[in-house]
Design a binder for this molecule. Structure first.
Ligand code: AMP
Length: 423
């Protein structure tokens, strides 16, 4: 069917039943985080452009080419958020008071916008679920984020992921490494692509992310972050590995992982999964202790991570894990005439008040068609009310998987059915 308008490239419509599936996935993530003591934060989609320029870094791909930036009616430059962390930090710092109790453990869920080339697992509007801990300077706060991210993946039924971690150094030793890497790539400048030659002066770490074969080859021989971090950072990293070991979390150390945003320091990590034969990050994060101060705020240790929901959903479909999380109804009450409709309304109201997910016909379908609909929508049971049932005072409920029919008294149906489900 055609319509005057189409959706924008890189954006998706999520229609039912997919939309219901998304809600289920979202609720698994939120309740898991709630169990770990995280509270929900909602922030605006639109922020001043400078917030992202300064947090993601002028040289980041996001700021250079991916932001949806425009002037509002007062001529201010505003941007659709390309990620949450900077906005969440802005909100927290703006609201800080003497009464704020640390650590603040926050979770969020919502859309982000990046003008990227759309491809599998990469959209221009995509959803993130994320976690941030503010005020937790101990590396147990980093552990808490990783434990929870790990738990969320397991609860969703995803077990075959790879956790990669790296220590990229504190504000002091990171600079030593940056100088080292700049001079290494400087010596190889003639073989680097034009973009990486520019990165040399802006942010040489980005060269590691370059897809050009020559640049990739040179990167292979570049110095490793881990060889340049200070004793304090080394000790912290060693302890962190012990935390992971004792928590039974397996990991690999990837000394090339630098992450795409400027604000990370100390620990960075990624949960990686196979996407159509290619490794793709499903959740990435790390510590960003210096970000608050660099944006004019107080010293505020912080750590966090973000999941990409589209990638997560695609994986659940690919692995056929989605059935477990499908939003199926329990009982569909089929009715055939005005008299049985009244009884159906009464029964469904009572079932719902007992917390049983139930529904009835809204489109005046015939009985057969109602049965087909209930089957398609995944109802476990169908109760049929017709003249025969009204006359006998007994209704049969069909178990849709076994086709067995169980009889219940019409006058007391909701309570009896509730008892039956509980047995
Ligand atoms: P980042 O903020 O770049 O660390 O991204 C966090 C997570 O969001 C990634 O690990 C991806 O799962 C997801 N993500 C980032 N960019 C996109 C995109 N353009 N489309 C879909 N998911 C994305």
């Amino acid at each position: 069917m055609s319509f005057l308008f189409n959706r924008l490239r890189g954006m998706q419509d999520i229609l039912p039943p997919e939309g219901d599936f998304w809600r289920k996935v979202e609720s698994v993530m939120l309740s898991c985080a709630e169990f770990y003591g995280f509270s929900f934060i909602r922030i605006p989609i639109l922020e001043f452009t400078e917030l992202f320029d300064r947090s993601a870094g002028d040289s980041s791909d996001i700021v250079q080419k991916e932001m949806y930036t425009f002037s509002d009616k007062s001529g201010r430059s505003v941007t659709l958020r390309p990620e949450f962390t900077a906005g969440v930090l802005r909100a927290v710092v703006n609201e800080l008071s003497g009464n704020t109790v640390f650590p603040l453990k926050l979770m969020y869920f919502g859309p982000c916008y990046r003008y990227e080339k759309p491809q599998v697992g990469r959209y221009r509007e995509f959803f993130q679920f994320g976690l941030e801990i503010f005020g937790g300077s101990s590396n147990l706060a980093d552990l808490e984020i990783i434990l929870l991210a790990n738990q969320i993946l397991l609860e969703l039924g995803i077990g075959d992921f790879n956790l990669e971690i790296n220590a990229i150094g504190c504000s002091d030793c990171r600079q030593i490494y940056l100088d080292e890497i700049r001079s290494f790539f400087g010596r190889n400048r003639d073989s680097l692509c034009e973009t990486c030659n520019n990165r040399l002066s802006t942010n040489p770490l980005r060269i590691f992310d370059c897809k050009n074969d020559d640049c990739k080859k040179i990167s292979e021989n570049a110095p490793h972050t881990i060889d340049f971090i200070c004793e304090n950072c080394k000790t912290k990293f060693e302890t962190f590995k012990k935390f992971l070991d004792i928590s039974n979390i397996s990991y690999d150390i990837n000394t090339r992982m630098v992450r795409g945003l400027d604000y990370y320091t100390n620990l960075v990590f990624e949960f990686i999964l196979d996407f159509d034969g290619k490794p793709l990050t499903i959740c990435g994060g790390g510590r960003y202790d210096g970000l608050s101060k660099s944006l004019g705020g107080p010293d505020l240790p912080a750590t966090g991570c973000a999941f990409g929901i589209e990638r997560l959903i695609k994986l659940l479909h690919d692995k056929e894990i989605c059935q477990n999380i499908q939003n199926n109804g329990i009982v569909y009450v089929a009715c055939i005439d005005e008299e049985s409709k009244i009884l159906a309304v009464d029964i469904v109201c009572k079932l719902r008040s007992l917390g049983i997910k139930s529904d009835y016909d809204l489109v005046d379908r015939g009985l057969k068609s109602q049965m087909r609909y209930a089957n398609k929508m995944g109802y476990k049971y169908v109760a049929v009310i017709g003249q025969e049932e009204i006359n006998s005072g007994v209704i049969g409920v069909k178990d849709m998987s076994s086709s067995e029919v169980i009889s219940f008294k019409l006058s007391n149906f909701a309570e009896e059915f509730d008892k039956f489900l509980k047995n």
